[in-house]
Design a protein around this ligand. Structure first.
Ligand code: IDC
Length: 324
């Protein structure tokens, strides 16, 4: 009798596993990116088998301006050059999502295109001139609830909940309370997803975030730098945060000065990339577009669908693509 019950239990468990596998297959993409499902172990980003996972790739420019570069052809070109992640910068302000909610469809179609090619994708709520993320907290909760419902626990999707908080705000009084509201909305449908969180001073105050960390697993704090503006003092903040146990992700950096122009500053950029490599830190470069500004990876007139020649790559693009 006992053996019979055990047998029934085994059959039941097998059926349940098969059912769950089927259910998890209902996400948008069926392909599996290089490291499988990511998670955070200590200060490191690791893959499904706990192997170190280092992501290198591009951030789009604002999708409301240069969304034409967020497509399968462009992503295939980046992948061929060694990129394994794409960040989708959905501005909230500046004719972004808040006044143009249709931009969400661009984010989802671009995410689907990246996932179909086994690239990781970061969905970036790109606050900037709307400096305090709390101003549009409810909109962020609604947006991320929908994104997480759509992608569930798709192992390819990371959620970046606020690009660069700035102005007269604080981590503990503004950004952290915002994160405490938005993260559970994501986790309701994507319980294991890696979530990236910005900090004050345009996501430079990672040391302050690390002093008052978020009470969740699989969280990384973003740090952003521009090679012509930010030097060792910002690297010291990264090390201070890591020494307190915070995991850091460089979801945006540029070879230019912080205004997106000037330079390019390739000596400083090399020094930064060595610093990041020594710590296995992941990064996305600003930006995938052909705007006439030095941080853009492509020269004006480059084909939005990829297949770029050397002549299509800007000095920044040549440098960055060689470092994927
Ligand atoms: C810049 C773009 C520029 C655009 C401007 C609009 O490069 O073409 O006119 O945004 O606000 C950031 C931001 C990023 C900035 C970039 C360069 O996240 O949106 O892009 N930067 O200034 N943080 C530091 C630098």
């Amino acid at each position: 009798m006992r053996r019979y019950i055990n047998f029934k239990l085994i059959i039941l468990a097998a059926l349940l596993t098969a059912g769950l596998t089927l259910l998890s297959g209902c996400g948008k993409a069926t392909a599996a990116p290089a490291f499988g499902a990511l998670h955070v172990a200590g200060t490191n980003l690791v893959g499904a088998n706990n192997q170190p996972a280092v992501l290198h790739g591009m951030s789009t420019h604002g999708l409301q301006w240069f969304g034409q570069f967020a497509n399968s052809g462009a992503f295939a070109d980046l992948k061929k050059r060694g990129a394994n992640v794409i960040r989708l910068a959905m501005y909230t302000d500046e004719n972004g999502y808040l006044s143009n909610p249709g931009l969400k469809e661009k984010v989802f179609s671009a995410a689907d295109a990246a996932l179909a090619q086994d690239l990781y994708v970061i969905i970036d709520w790109h606050i900037l001139h709307d400096n305090n993320p709390r101003t549009h907290q409810q909109e962020a909760v609604n947006f991320f609830s929908e994104a997480a419902r759509r992608y569930g626990s798709n192992p390819g999707v990371l959620y970046e909940i606020c690009n660069e908080p700035n102005g007269s705000i604080s981590w503990s009084g503004d950004v952290k309370p915002y994160a405490l509201a938005v993260i559970p909305a994501i986790r309701a449908s994507a319980p294991q997803a890696v979530i990236l969180v910005g900090s004050t001073t345009w996501s430079q105050d990672v040391d302050l975030a690390a002093q008052d960390p978020l009470p969740f697993s699989n969280i990384m704090y973003t740090c952003h730098f521009y090679a012509g503006t930010h030097g060792k003092w910002l690297q010291d903040k990264i090390d201070a945060a890591r020494n307190r146990g915070a995991a850091i992700f460089i979801s945006e950096w540029g070879t230019s000065a912080a205004d997106g122009n000037g330079g390019v500053f390739l000596d400083s950029a090399s020094q930064w990339l060595n610093f990041l490599a020594a710590r296995n830190l992941s990064w996305c470069n600003w930006s995938l577009c052909d705007k006439a500004e030095s941080s853009a990876a492509l020269n004006p007139g480059a084909n939005p669908n990829g297949g770029w020649t050397e002549g299509n790559l800007s000095p920044s693009g040549k440098f960055v693509f060689a470092h994927f």
